[in-house]
Write a protein that binds this ligand. Sequence first.
Ligand code: HEC
Length: 199
Amino acid sequence: MMKSALRQRDVGRLRQIARLLPALALITVALQPHAEDPTRFNLGTPASTEDIAAQDIDVSPDGHGLPGGGATVAQGKIIYDQACASCHGSEGQGASAAALAGGNRVPPDELAADRTIVHDVGNYWPYATTLFDYIRRAMPFDSAGSLSDDEVYASTAYVLYLNGLLDADSSLDATSLSAIAMPAARYYREDRRVSGGDL
Ligand code: HEC
């Protein structure tokens, strides 16, 4: 009695497995590599040192990554008038694109609460070095990447001048740019969260 009950159950299992066999066979066939599959597809080319250097343009807040060279505020006015003023206004007051200067210097809670106050480089940006990074990678908006490093220094200098952060007769290079303390820097604090529950 006991024996035949067991047998019936075993037979049931075997039938179930038998029903699955065709599907298992198909999966096994699909996973077999095709004899004519290439081992390499030969797509793309290895990145050269120059290719990598052209992409590796990030500048840290402390100025790490800034290139050599530099420019004066006076040179910056020439670049700014040619390449930036059409969208940002002749004095950085904004036009089709955001204002870069002219905003009131108010505490951050006021700046956040009153959306009519212009957020610009002088009252909102924590690091001057980020301005160089941003202009080099993203501006002019319609031809990003077209400026030489000296032209980026020049336009950075002019935007800082428009914000009263550089004198008209001054110049800018990696050392002097890294040394500029932005008015809004004290309103930011370092985010030390790493991951998971911290966030
Ligand atoms: C064709 C129009 C155009 C030109 C020319 C242009 N910009 Fe811009 N700019 C923009 C636009 C649009 C944005 C906003 C981009 C975004 O939010 O992604 C912007 C954003 C910026 C910002 C960030 C503003 C902020 O506070 O968020 C800076 C700084 C800036 N531009 C500087 C420059 C400088 C310097 C030049 C000249 C070298 C320049 N731009 C030329 C259209 C332009």
